[in-house]
Design a protein around this ligand. Structure first.
Ligand SMILES: [Zn+2]
Length: 296
């Protein structure tokens, strides 16, 4: 099915969605259960979806969302922007609706303490919390969070079929026929993937990363690495940690003290956390460098 229109207003999308619905009804004798639906931020699509598929979750393409946020970076200073960008990326990894909702609450509480970024916070809340909030991974768990796949198909149409020319309808329709026939045949030889493959590279990586402790220790004792790469993979697959001392992680080796060894000592009750550390909220770190001195 192809929709041909001169513009991209609500009417056009309503027509498209109604046509999908009608075709589905004709073929399967029931309304189309299309849900969720991914699109960019176009209000015309949102309106049309609300009318034709009111019960479907309207996902917002994450790459478009962050692009739009970045267009508003001038509302804040450079350092604040770096923090905001990082925070948005962290929130995007929310894996359920509840985790996202709670994350938004905590994020806004954090941001609202910084008066300088108020304008951006208002934009963010209005646009990406109230208006289009389904841009996090858990909005449709394990489904695509961007429409990049479709955008690349649109690129293929221009590159392979229309050759970047604006075609007259009489020339375009035969092209559409060729495209649809090509893709239909391709879908027989290469069926639509519903799960991603486990690549051999991923398998190798997993095998080398997740080494049973006994295998790791056997190699430690026997020194029987099969190659230098095997030796490197072995060395970085486990850290030996000695409580209150250090560990074999690069930082631990270089600095003779590391968080793992102190953490382990805390767990074994051989090290007591100082009260000063207890009162610093989780995730807050002292700024790098020497602590600031008071100016007299
Ligand atoms: Zn360590």
């Amino acid at each position: 099915m192809a929709l041909i229109s001169t513009d991209e207003d609500s009417e056009c999308f309503i027509h498209l969605f109604n046509s999908i619905n009608a075709l589905f009804l004709q073929e399967f004798n029931e309304p189309c259960p299309i849900n969720p639906i991914m699109a960019d931020g176009a209000p015309a699509i949102t309106n049309a979806l609300n009318m034709v598929f009111p019960n479907s979750r309207r996902l917002m393409c994450w790459s478009n969302m962050i692009k739009k946020c970045r267009h508003h970076r001038n509302l804040v200073n450079k350092n604040d922007w770096l923090m905001i960008d990082k925070d948005i990326h962290a929130l995007q990894l929310a894996f359920t609706d509840d985790i996202f909702d709670r994350g938004v609450f905590l994020l806004l509480r954090k941001w609202n303490q910084i008066p300088l970024i108020k304008q951006f916070v208002n934009y963010f809340t209005d646009q990406w919390v109230s208006n289009l909030c389904y841009w996090y991974e858990g909005a449709a768990f394990s489904k695509p969070s961007t429409n990049n796949g479709l955008e690349s198909l649109s690129g293929i149409i221009k590159q392979k079929y229309t050759l970047r020319n604006k075609l007259h309808l009489s020339a375009f329709l035969p092209k559409v026929e060729v495209m649809l026939s090509d893709w239909s045949q391709a879908s027989i030889t290469t069926p639509f993937a519903t799960v991603t493959d486990i690549t051999s590279e991923m398998e190798l990586h997993a095998y080398q990363c997740v080494m049973p402790t006994s295998t790791w220790l056997d190699l430690y004792k026997s020194s029987k690495w099969t190659s230098f790469d095997h030796y490197v993979a072995w060395k970085s697959s486990c850290w030996m940690v000695s409580p209150l001392s250090s560990c074999t992680y690069p930082v631990g080796l270089k600095q003779y003290r590391c968080k793992h060894s102190i953490g382990l000592a805390m767990m074994f009750n051989i090290y007591k956390v100082k009260d000063e550390s207890r009162i610093i909220p989780l995730g807050k770190r002292r700024a790098p460098g020497r602590p600031k001195k008071f100016l007299s």
